[in-house]
Ligand binder design. Structure first.
Ligand SMILES: Nc1ncnc2c1ncn2[C@@H]1O[C@H](COP(=O)(O)OP(=O)(O)OP(=O)(O)O)[C@@H](O)[C@H]1O
Length: 418
């Protein structure tokens, strides 16, 4: 008998718990959808349409609501002969400048016409913008341009200024661009230059985090489809909703938790999914989240984490930032990488604290020593070592810290000298 055998006792159809699943209806977002509809209505009326900016934390339904609205808009617009509507969607997840977004838009537009893609490098920004305007002019009519995760372009926001004004500046003749910007970074919105904010955020729609009841209402129809009758204990969906509501208010998190609980139940050969599976699933996902948080740190972040792991292996925690800084600069020296100031190291430590990776203690020694902070890991040393081991530049450090910790202090002098 093979290692893997098909098992369909728990899941009837796992698709509704998949990230790419498109639900039949959008729940608990009536107000936001109404605003969205009002913002898009001028397209059907053939009136000038404002740009729209959607913002809210991750998993709050911005993308799914946009797909839903645009699909209705396209269907309804098709009934009017005098409306020429097209939509183009670009995810800016891996794009970090207006230049890259413009290239991605050109390629999306060209691909939809069966044309050739352009190279991602080698043009001036103005040239790429000109090619984009030419492509849009070929298309004509109203073009809804969705820029998902637009915050990735940071301060390089020329496209958000240029595109909405393309018509008034005479770069395009026959098209009316409507930009839908989507972002989960509140700072990006706040930091937009006033000239961009004026045009991009003409109509803003905030997607607040979901509460437990809303998450329950989003999960229920999916759970009903995903699992066989009688598999789910009554408190499973409410518990998944409560955990996700307490943490982020993200529907994505609630859905993942439910799926993970189902997978754990399947793995134990259980015929029902119970509260215990949800609690175990929550622990599992939290661990993964911390692991991902550590993996996504920059090289500087990893160097700071590595310095803290050293101190942890030597049993010298909590540690003051100035002592940690000395270790950090030595690590940077070994890596042949520039070190940043002690103040920046403290910023990295504060980010790691927010991610739940380290613990910070505020000390107040009165007039003699003043106020200072001390730090220690809030995740198991083994988990940090796993991450450092998988980050090629830190592999050697991980080995040394590992043996020091393993030998319970016997190699202390070696590692202090490293
Ligand atoms: N109101 C809702 N009704 C039904 N499903 C929802 C709702 N809100 C979110 N979802 C589901 O939750 C998941 C995350 O939603 P979505 O991708 O739209 O979030 P987002 O706000 O765009 O997040 P991000 O900023 O991370 O891209 C998707 O699987 C989506 O189908």
């Amino acid at each position: 008998m093979g290692m893997f055998q098909r098992d369909r006792r728990v899941f009837a159809d796992a698709e509704p718990l998949d990230d790419s699943y498109e639900p039949e209806d959008i729940r608990e977002r009536d107000e936001e959808l109404e605003k969205y509809q009002r913002a898009l209505q001028p397209i059907i009326d053939n009136r000038p349409t404002s740009n729209i900016f959607l913002y809210g934390k991750t998993g709050t339904g911005k993308t799914v609501a946009t797909k839903f609205m645009l699909s209705h808009l396209e269907d309804d617009a098709a009934q009017y002969d005098d409306i020429d509507l097209s939509t183009v969607w670009v995810s800016c997840e891996n794009l970090s400048s207006s230049y890259q977004v413009a290239v991605a838009l050109v390629n999306e537009l060209r691909e939809s016409r069966g044309g050739d893609r352009i190279s991602t490098t080698g043009y001036s920004q103005q040239r790429v913008f000109d090619i984009l305007y030419e492509e849009l002019d070929v298309l004509g009519g109203t073009v809804v341009i969705v820029l998902d995760e637009i915050d990735n372009i940071g301060h390089s926001d020329d496209i958000l200024y240029g595109l909405p004004r393309a018509r008034s500046n005479g770069y395009v003749e026959d098209i009316r661009p409507v930009i839908v910007g989507i972002s989960n970074d509140f700072q990006f919105r706040d930091n937009l230059s006033p000239k961009v904010k004026d045009t991009l955020a003409e109509k803003e729609i905030l997607f607040p985090p979901y509460d437990a009841n809303q998450l329950r209402s989003i999960l229920e129809p999916r759970a009903e489809k995903a699992f066989h009758d009688g598999v789910l204990d009554d408190d499973v969906v409410p518990l998944c909703s409560a955990f996700a509501a307490q943490d982020t208010g993200s529907a994505r998190q609630a859905i993942r938790l439910l799926r993970e609980a189902g997978e754990l139940a399947q793995a134990d050969g259980s015929e029902t999914i119970t509260e215990v599976h949800v609690r175990n699933a929550q622990d599992e996902l939290e661990k993964n989240q911390l692991y991902e948080g550590m993996q996504e740190l920059t090289t500087q972040g990893h160097a700071v984490l590595c310095a803290l792991a050293y101190r942890e292996a030597l049993d010298e925690v909590p540690v003051r930032s100035r002592d940690l800084y000395k270790r950090y600069t030595r690590i940077c020296g070994r890596l042949d990488t520039d070190s940043v100031s002690e103040r920046r190291v403290r910023d990295h430590l504060s980010d790691m604290n927010m991610l739940g990776l380290i613990r910070v203690y505020e000390r107040n020694e009165g007039l003699s020593a003043g106020r200072y902070h001390e730090y220690e890991l809030d995740v198991p040393l083994r988990a940090v070592l796993d991450v450092l081991l998988s980050t090629s530049r830190f592999e050697d450090f991980a080995g040394i810290i590992h043996s020091a910790a393993d030998d319970n202090g016997l190699l202390r002098s070696d590692i202090s000298d490293y």
